[in-house]
Design a protein around this ligand. Structure first.
Ligand code: MG
Length: 368
């Protein structure tokens, strides 16, 4: 094969600033795959959201690496001129695997926009300069530990707080945070699919805490359950894991299963699909916000670009760098008055620290 591009796949191990615990498990080191798309006049970077083990997403790092190397790149090599939109359509021939596709498409998009000197924000149709951001707080050992953590985040200036919940860690943490920080704190909870419709009485008790939303209480496939649950709750239901494409978003909205949608670009197969979901939601007056998966500077920069679109009216899970990493492979992001600025410059605007990247890299391969 001869093609007008080269692809580097690089496995990195990033130490996390602290352990992150959800109803699905915990992490203290983030092992991830980076994709670098190189053409004659430009290059772009993206990160794959797949974890080393399939704990949260069905794909895993190694399966994503193999799919990119053995299926997706050879598929794209057959196309004379590749851009992100063309790659998006071409990769639809391969079923599933949104994380692998998202990583490859995002690297192509970054390279394409850098070659044209255009920001991803302009390309996607965004206008906001500053993105309101919230923090996601993992499940804690104790209520006092939770209060101490939230105190720190409120002091750092986050616009809202999201508590990870699971059966046995739900009503009391929400009550404790409301009691401690008052009614003005924007507060929401995320169950990561940990409940069933039989838990309706517990979930109804959350209504008393004036939450912005209850995120993904039931299993991803259970849209009927979410629609039924919505009939019992005052708190709006936000779907995350259930939304894997624009079509699934349309179905969920139509069924009354989602009053709000968390758009995670990786989960839906990339930023082009993410924009399509945004456009659909905007037309249907469904608020959206951008979710996160412990991104490095590369994914964080791209998510800030996406969240500049007009339908992102709720604070997004795009934290300051130090929430997850003591040192990152790109520029540091800071919070100012509850917001993080969208990086300037072409593409995602990520500025990669190649020396540090080298020091956390554990494996590299070039394709083509
Ligand atoms: Mg979530």
């Amino acid at each position: 094969m001869s093609a007008a591009f080269k692809v580097e796949l690089r496995r990195v191990r990033m130490p996390l600033a602290g352990e992150f615990r959800t109803s699905r498990g915990s992490e203290s080191v983030r092992e991830m795959l980076l994709v670098r798309w190189v053409t004659d006049n430009s290059e772009g970077w993206a990160e794959c959201a797949a974890d080393a083990e399939p704990v949260y997403f069905p794909e895993r790092l190694e399966s994503a690496r193999l799919l990119i190397a053995e299926v997706l790149v050879p598929l794209l090599a057959k196309i004379p001129t590749i851009d992100a939109a063309g790659a998006h359509v071409a990769m639809k021939r391969v079923p599933g695997n949104p994380l692998a596709k998202a990583a490859l498409e995002s690297a192509i998009l970054d390279a394409e926009l850098r070659a044209h000197g255009m920001s991803m924000k302009s390309y996607l149709g965004g206008s906001r300069e500053k993105i309101r951001v919230g923090v996601s707080v993992g499940i804690c050992e104790s209520l006092s530990d939770l209060i101490r953590q939230v105190e720190g985040y409120v002091a750092e200036g986050y616009s809202r707080v999201k508590l990870k919940i699971a059966p046995g860690w739900d009503v009391e943490p929400a009550r404790a945070i409301r009691r401690e920080f008052g009614e003005d704190l924007l507060l929401q909870v995320d169950a990561n699919q940990a409940y069933t419709i039989a838990d309706v009485s517990t979930l109804r008790r959350l209504d008393t805490f004036d939450l912005l939303l209850l995120e993904q209480p039931l299993p991803a496939e259970d849209l009927c359950g979410h629609a039924r649950l919505a009939g019992y709750l005052q708190t709006p239901i936000c779907l995350d894991e259930s939304i894997t494409s624009c079509a699934s978003a349309a179905t969920a909205i139509q069924m009354g299963a989602a009053q709000i949608i968390n758009i995670k670009p990786a989960r839906v197969g990339g930023y082009l699909e993410a924009r399509a979901i945004h456009d659909l939601c905007l037309a249907q007056s469904i608020p959206v916000w951008c979710g996160g998966v412990l991104e490095t500077a590369i994914g964080r920069a791209a998510n800030l670009q996406l969240a500049s679109l007009p339908g992102f009216t709720l604070p997004s899970d795009i934290s300051a760098t130090k929430r997850y990493y003591t040192k990152d492979i790109g520029q540091e992001f800071h919070i100012e008055s509850g917001t993080i600025s969208v990086p300037h410059g072409p593409g995602t605007g990520a500025v990669i620290d190649l020396d540090y990247l080298e020091s956390v890299s554990v494996e590299q391969e070039w394709l083509m």
